[in-house]
Ligand binder design. Structure first.
Ligand code: C2E
Ligand code: MG
Ligand code: MG
Ligand code: MG
Length: 284
């Protein structure tokens, strides 16, 4: 090996880089195989009306049923899927699966037609026309009311390619689906940016839902004010305690999501909630 200090300047073949590339190729191959073998599964976490604690919808959260590792969470593999481009076919599968599941719940249970499905969308899926085509096609296939579909995007996606993003959001709005800004407050979007984009819902990040000291509430209150000024619906994420619930409710948040009401669960468990959607959560 070249002597220390010379390495950065002269190395054309960097063994570390080579390892990174093969690792990435390997990871992509693993995810591809997982997709082919149907190893991904959607879990669903209830979202409730904060006044009544009744179900208003669910958020689809993907997991990987790994043959060796067991159930793997999205924080482990979504970044890899994004880096390798596999998020595009995986995202397509997620959208299709989630909308079909909602259609089935609507069909099987009276008085659930208003319940929504929220679906997380990555930046890569926002490039090109694939997303609009995909959503159009699954809506036509299932007959689900577009208003019942919420696509969750992150704040940082709003900032990446402002013009292209604005066009994409408008195309989605034309389809009739809703758009939520997820983990709001953790990015750097300004009021003026947010105002430019046709979004419907703000999901305040769980770091603002502390409720343990006044500072946390001040920020949650500020975000709520922003949401109201822009006439957006507001969702408080990560509610784990009764105090957090009553705090966010009293501030005026519309909806909430968190372990207090329900953890993400497999579809069969959500079936039970759908059978009696007027019950307050947590279900006993
Ligand atoms: P997210 O969209 O903000 O989803 C909420 C995350 O917070 C979920 O983690 C959920 O299980 C967790 N959570 C919910 N309530 C509570 C609570 O009361 N306390 C705490 N500590 N956590 C709570 P999960 O399922 O591990 O997902 C992590 C992230 O992975 C998601 O954050 C989202 O950014 C991404 N993700 C999940 N599913 C998908 C997907 O289908 N597509 C894409 N592109 N990203 C996904
Ligand atoms: Mg989300
Ligand atoms: Mg979130
Ligand atoms: Mg998150």
């Amino acid at each position: 090996a070249a002597k220390r200090g010379g390495r950065d300047r002269f190395a054309v073949f960097d063994p570390a880089m080579y390892t990174d590339l093969t690792r990435e190729a390997q990871q992509r191959a693993d995810l591809e195989r997982a997709l082919e073998d149907d190893q991904f599964v959607l879990y669903f976490q209830p979202i409730v009306d904060l006044t009544t604690r009744r179900l208003v919808g669910v958020e689809a959260l993907v997991r990987w049923r790994h043959p060796v590792e067991g159930l793997v969470g999205p924080d482990t593999f979504i970044p890899i899927a994004e880096a390798t481009g596999l998020i595009v076919p995986l995202g397509r599968w997620i959208i299709r699966q989630a909308v079909r599941q909602l259609a089935q719940w609507h069909r099987d249970n009276p008085d659930t037609g208003h319940l929504r499905m929220s679906i997380n969308v990555s930046g890569r899926q926002f490039q090109g026309s694939g997303l609009v085509e995909e959503v159009t096609s699954v809506l036509a296939e299932t007959g689900v009311d577009p208003k019942a579909i919420v696509l969750e995007i992150t704040e940082s996606m709003l900032m990446q390619d402002v013009d292209a993003t604005a066009l994409m959001l408008q195309a989605l709005r034309d389809l009739g689906v809703r758009v939520a800004v997820d983990d709001f407050g953790t990015g750097y979007s300004s009021l003026s940016y947010l105002k430019r984009f046709p979004v419907d819902i703000l999901k305040v990040d769980r770091s603002f839902v502390g409720g343990h000291n006044a500072g946390d509430t001040t920020l949650a209150d500020a975000v709520l004010g922003l949401g109201r000024a822009l006439q957006l619906q507001t969702v408080a994420e990560g509610i784990e305690t009764d105090t957090q619930w009553s705090t966010m409710r009293d501030l005026g948040y519309d909806y909430g999501q968190g372990y207090l009401f329900a953890r993400p669960a497999a579809a069969v468990q959500i079936d039970q909630l759908m059978a009696d959607p007027t019950k307050a959560l947590p279900a006993p």
